[in-house]
Design a protein around this ligand. Structure first.
Ligand SMILES: [Zn+2]
Length: 217
C-alpha cells in the first residue's frame, strides 16, 4: 500500500537519465560496467560482484540504501546471481545465505537493512539451483559507520558477533565493498563460529584508485 502510494507520487524513473525506466532504462543499462577484478578479502574463498561502483550502478545502490528504493532490489539480485558464475561449484556447497548487517541504530532509522533485502532476494534466486536458506547469522556491534572512518580503523572492519553456530558453508551478501574490510570481518566471525567455507557476493565493487600520471621533473 505504502509502496504503491510512493510509486504514484514518485514514478519509476531511471536514475541515470530521469526518463521513465525501471529500474534502469535500456540506454543507461548499456553504460553499466562489470565489477573490476579484485582478490577476495582475507578469509573469503571467492568474491563475486555485479557492477563497478560508479555511474548508474552507484546511483541505484545509493537509492536502495538511503532512499529505500526497494523496487531495484530484485534487479540488483538478478545481476548478482548472474555474476556468481562458479557459485555452483561443489567445493563451495553453499548451505546458507546471510548478510553483513548494518548497525541496529541505522536499521531502526531506515526501517530496513539493504544488505538483508539483497540477501533474501539472492537466496530466492539461488534457490532455483541450490538448496539454500537465508538466515541472519551476524549482529553488528555498535560503532561508527565504515564510510566515516579512514586508514587503519577502516581496514579493521566493523565488529560482528554471531547469533548462532555457523553452518559449514556461508555466502555473505552486501551492497558494496570498497576495501573488503567488512567482508573480512564477517568471515573472521563466521569461521570462529564454525564455518569452513565463506564466499561473498556484493552488488558493486569499487574500482581501484587511478594512479596519477607521473610528474615530469
Ligand atoms: Zn536512463
Amino acid at each position: 500500500m505504502l509502496d504503491a502510494l510512493f510509486t504514484a507520487v514518485f514514478p519509476l524513473v531511471c536514475p541515470g537519465c530521469g526518463r521513465p525506466g525501471h529500474p534502469v532504462c535500456a540506454g543507461c543499462a548499456g553504460t553499466l560496467h562489470p565489477a573490476p577484478s579484485a582478490p577476495p578479502p582475507v578469509g573469503i574463498d571467492a568474491w563475486w560482484a555485479a557492477f563497478a561502483y560508479e555511474g548508474v550502478a552507484r546511483e541505484v545502490v545509493v537509492r536502495v540504501k538511503y532512499r529505500g528504493a526497494r523496487a531495484a532490489v530484485p534487479w540488483l539480485a538478478d545481476a548478482m546471481v548472474d555474476a556468481m558464475v562458479d557459485a555452483l561449484d561443489p567445493r563451495f556447497a553453499i548451505d546458507v545465505v546471510t548478510w553483513a548487517p548494518t548497525s541496529r541504530e541505522r536499521r531502526r532509522a531506515r526501517g530496513f537493512d539493504q544488505a538483508e533485502l539483497l540477501a533474501r532476494a539472492v537466496a530466492r534466486r539461488l534457490g532455483d539451483h541450490l538448496d539454500v536458506r537465508c538466515l541472519g547469522l551476524l549482529d553488528r556491534r555498535p560503532g561508527p559507520p565504515q564510510t566515516g572512518l579512514a586508514g587503519a580503523a577502516r581496514r579493521e572492519g566493523p565488529g560482528y558477533a554471531v547469533r548462532r553456530r555457523a553452518p559449514r558453508s556461508v555466502l555473505v551478501v552486501d551492497d558494496v565493498a570498497t576495501t573488503g574490510a567488512t567482508l573480512a570481518a564477517a568471515a573472521r566471525t563466521l569461521r570462529a563460529a564454525g564455518a569452513r567455507v565463506v564466499v561473498a557476493c556484493t552488488a558493486a565493487r569499487t574500482p581501484p584508485p587511478r594512479t596519477p600520471p607521473p610528474t615530469r621533473p
